[in-house]
Each structure stands twice: as structure tokens, then as C-alpha cells.
Design a protein around this ligand. Structure first.
Ligand code: FMN
Length: 430
């Protein structure tokens, strides 16, 4: 059965000048905002709860529940901090939303702000994403000029501004409390929790930190209604609702970003959306949701005999055939993370992969905690030693053999071209 292709979040991706206000409005943009304002803040929050929208930034926490934790007080403002740092290797989804449909993001920020009585939204975007920053800034300017932002949002008694903040490209600043530190001009290091940002966040005020895709999904939830949105998911029964963006990179024929219901399988992601593993090769392993999520491979589910276990229905089936959801991936001992998979075929050395990733984490460690500061560098060195002791570039033995054969044939062909008639003849004495 082919994967459903709902095109709700990505419906404008192929429209010419999709990032402009004119194109967004022509496709029905900002109608969800009008509907949301007519509904009122409490009803919006209820719809988001009913949508079972799990955070798209990695941890998969239910957005509606997180919103309910916002500890408002009369003497402090509430803030929203949009996490568009997207620094996880292999993760490329938020960038496409910002570049191709920035007004969908802005509309999501406005609806969320209205629902949470927020008057300033900070959008923290990774500094290297130059085009994304430009597009979001342009969208904010256009929205302000059209009255979607400012002192009276669509002539209502609601004031809102959006501040775009470019990060300096530190992976740790994607972690929500480091992000808040960085936003405040402090060193990008995580804060101790509790207090959680919903209680003490940016500038000491209650702050909801949400991933950019999480908020860009809100207009669709308002359009369809929370329950209908949730039911688009194959894991609606596990309270993991709707559709989401899937990224796929590595050894596949069609790497990219695709929209699909929550709960498609890794096999569907690789074969149907990613066009399959590259020709002539077989799958070795896959990192399911960004480089910090443990690796999966073709292996049976063996630990879900209990009926209440989220993986009970998949007992005895391959890990690749388990629907990708927050709880199901956790049940497999990995994480759904950012839902952007990295596919590796049999030519990949897992030692080399581990070394490469550990070098990344060693470089990006903020140095605050010893296991990460010391451990990542040690792990990288350990992998290096394993690789050196094997005396090769880290490729598996059969891949090396294939490479040697390939080189051998290359030399033979060269000798034949030079007129050596006996090249390759084992009987010939040279
Ligand atoms: C080291 C680290 C890096 C992270 N990087 C990101 C990131 O780039 N983008 C993101 O949205 N969340 C990132 N997160 C998760 C955030 O801390 C936070 O959970 C998320 O922004 C909450 O949004 P959500 O509930 O909408 O998913 C990171 C977490 C950690 C521990």
C-alpha cells in the first residue's frame, strides 16, 4: 500500500514564489488565524490538545500539555521561543518550512501567541541558515505591513511582535535552556531544570519553547479541527497525532523532505519516499531521527509480550516494519527524534560512522558536564584506534575487497590500453 501523501504542511512547496504573502494568501493563508481569533484562546488550546500534536523538536512532548504548564502571572509577560536551531546532523526539515513557506510558520506563531496571551515571540534560527533567516524576516515584515502583527492584530485588541534572532551555529543552543541563555546574550549552556522554561524562561519570564515545525502545524490543526488532524495519524490510538515532515538522507535514491502521516514505517520511508537503497546495495543500518538517536537495523522485535506494551502488535516483526512514533521508537530502545533518518548501506563502516559522530559531539560539547566533555573525545579516539588497528580506512572487509578488485581491473584495463596483450592472463610470464 503506497504511503498516503496528504500535502497539508507542504502544500505550497511547489508554488512559484511560495514564500511571499501574496502566494500564501492565495492558497488560503491566514484564514486559520481569523478562525482561531473567532474561537478564542481557550478553544485553540483545546484543539491543540485534541490534535495529539507531539513536539517535533526531538523529545516528542505533547504540545497541548506543555502549553497548559505555562505559569502566567500579572507582573511578568509570557513569551514563546521558537526553536529553529536545527543543528542535529541529518536533520533538514525546519529549514524547508522556513525557506519555502515562512508565512505558514508566522501564522502558527501568531495563533500560538494568541492562545497563550503572548505579546513577543522570539524566533531563534541557526545562523548558517541564511536564506531561512531572510525568508522569515521578510515574512514578518510583510505580516506587519498587512496588519497580522503589530498593535492590533487583524483589528483585534491583541498586540504582537516577532523578533528574529540568528544563532551562532552551536549545536547545544538547540537545547531549550541553552537557547534561552543564548537569546539573553549569555553563554550557550543548559540551565538546571526545574524550574522549566514554562515557569522561568526567557528573561526570567514564563516561556513556551516549541520547535518550528510544531508551531507551523498549528494553522492546519485549526483548519481541520484537532480530532480530525489527530486521526490522520496511524498512531492516533497512542496519542501521537497528525502528519509530520520526514527527512531522509544517506544511501538512498531520493534523499529529501517528505510529508506523511505519523506512524509510517522506516521501510516505507526508505523504499517509498526515499526511492530505496541505492542500486546494487543492501541496507546495513539506519539512524531513525537525527544523529543522536540509536541505530536500527533489520532485526525482529522480541521484547513486547505484554499486551499494554506499545510494540505488542509488532512482536516478531522487523524493527523496520514498526510504525515510527514517539512511543514505538522508544519501545525499540531508540528515539523518533527529529524524524530525519540517515540510511547506510553495506559499504559503511559503523566504526567510521561512530568516530565521525563522536568527533562532531566532542567539537560541539559545551563542556559543562564531564561525561560529554571528556567522554565524546575519548570515544572518538577509541574509534580511531579500532580503525587504525584494522589497518584500513574503516571499510568493512568485503567492501575493501570489492574496492581492491575494482582497482585491479582498472590497472588491467590501463595495461591493455597500453598494448600489453598478456595483461590479466595468469599463464603469461611477464
Ligand atoms: C543537545 C540538544 C539539541 C537540541 N536541538 C534542538 C533543535 O535544534 N531544534 C529543536 O526544535 N529542538 C532541539 N532540542 C530539543 C529542545 O530542547 C526542546 O525539547 C524542543 O525545542 C521543544 O520543542 P517541541 O516540544 O515543540 O519539540 C535539542 C535538545 C538537546 C538536548
Amino acid at each position: 500500500m503506497p504511503v498516503e501523501n496528504p500535502r497539508l504542511l507542504t502544500k505550497n512547496y511547489d508554488t512559484p514564489n511560495s514564500w511571499t504573502l501574496a502566494a500564501y494568501e492565495a492558497s488560503g493563508g491566514y484564514q486559520a488565524l481569523r478562525k482561531a481569533i473567532a474561537m478564542g484562546p481557550a478553544a485553540i488550546r483545546e484543539e491543540v490538545k485534541a490534535a495529539n500534536l507531539r513536539g517535533r523538536g526531538g523529545a516528542g512532548f505533547a504540545a497541548g500539555v506543555k502549553w497548559s504548564f505555562l505559569k502566567t502571572s500579572p507582573d511578568k509577560p509570557n513569551y514563546i521561543a521558537v526553536n529553529a536551531d536545527e543543528g542535529e546532523p541529518g536533520t533538514i526539515k525546519d529549514r524547508t518550512l522556513m525557506e519555502k513557506d515562512p508565512h505558514r510558520c508566522v501564522e502558527g506563531f501568531i495563533i500560538a501567541a494568541y492562545a497563550l496571551d503572548v505579546h513577543t515571540v522570539f524566533v531563534y534560527i541557526r545562523g548558517e541558515l541564511v536564506l531561512a533567516i531572510k525568508r522569515i524576516e521578510q515574512a514578518v515584515r510583510e505580516a506587519r505591513a498587512k496588519g497580522y502583527l503589530g498593535d492590533k492584530v487583524i483589528d483585534q485588541d491583541f498586540k504582537l511582535d516577532i523578533v528574529v534572532h540568528a544563532g551562532a551555529g552551536a549545536y547545544i543552543c538547540g537545547e531549550e535552556t541553552s537557547l534561552l541563555n543564548s537569546l539573553e546574550g549569555l553563554r550557550g549552556e543548559p540551565r538546571l531544570k526545574p524550574p522549566f522554561p514554562a515557569v522561568v524562561g526567557a528573561f526570567g519570564a514564563p516561556t513556551i519553547v516549541n520547535n518550528l515545525e510544531t508551531l507551523a502545524t498549528v494553522p492546519t490543526i485549526i483548519e481541520l479541527g484537532g480530532d480530525a488532524f489527530s486521526k490522520l495519524s496511524r498512531l492516533h490510538h497512542l496519542r501521537d497525532g497528525g502528519v509530520r515532515l520526514y527527512g531522509i538522507s544517506g544511501h538512498v535514491n531520493r534523499p529529501g523532505v517528505y510529508e506523511a502521516p505519523v506512524g509510517i514505517t522506516l521501510r516505507e520511508l526508505i523504499d517509498d519516499l526515499g526511492g530505496g537503497v541505492r542500486k546494487g546495495h543492501t541496507l546495513k543500518a539506519v539512524i531513525p531521527g537525527g544523529s543522536s538517536t540509536p541505530v536500527l537495523r533489520e532485526q525482529d522485535v522480541v521484547h513486547a509480550p505484554d499486551e499494554k506494551h506499545p510494540l505488542h502488535a509488532w512482536h516478531g516483526k522487523s524493527h523496520l516494519d514498526v510504525p515510527m512514533g514517539v512511543d514505538t521508537m522508544r519501545g525499540l530502545g531508540t528515539m523518533l527524534g527529529t524524524c530525519c533518518a540517515i540510511v547506510m548501506d553495506e559499504t559503511t563502516s559503523m566504526v567510521r560512522v561512530a568516530e565521525n559522530l563522536m568527533m562532531f559531539y566532542a567539537h560541539e560539547s559545551c563542556g559543562q558536564c564531564t561525561p560529554c566533555r571528556e567522554g565524546c573525545a575519548w570515544m572518538a579516539r577509541l574509534c580511531q584506534q579500532v580503525r587504525r588497528r584494522h589497518g584500513h580506512a574503516g571499510r568493512p572487509r568485503h567492501a575493501r575487497r570489492r574496492r581492491q578488485q575494482h582497482h585491479g581491473q582498472h590497472h588491467l584495463r590501463a595495461r591493455r590500453r597500453r598494448g600489453d596483450a598478456h595483461a590479466g592472463d595468469p599463464e603469461a610470464v611477464s
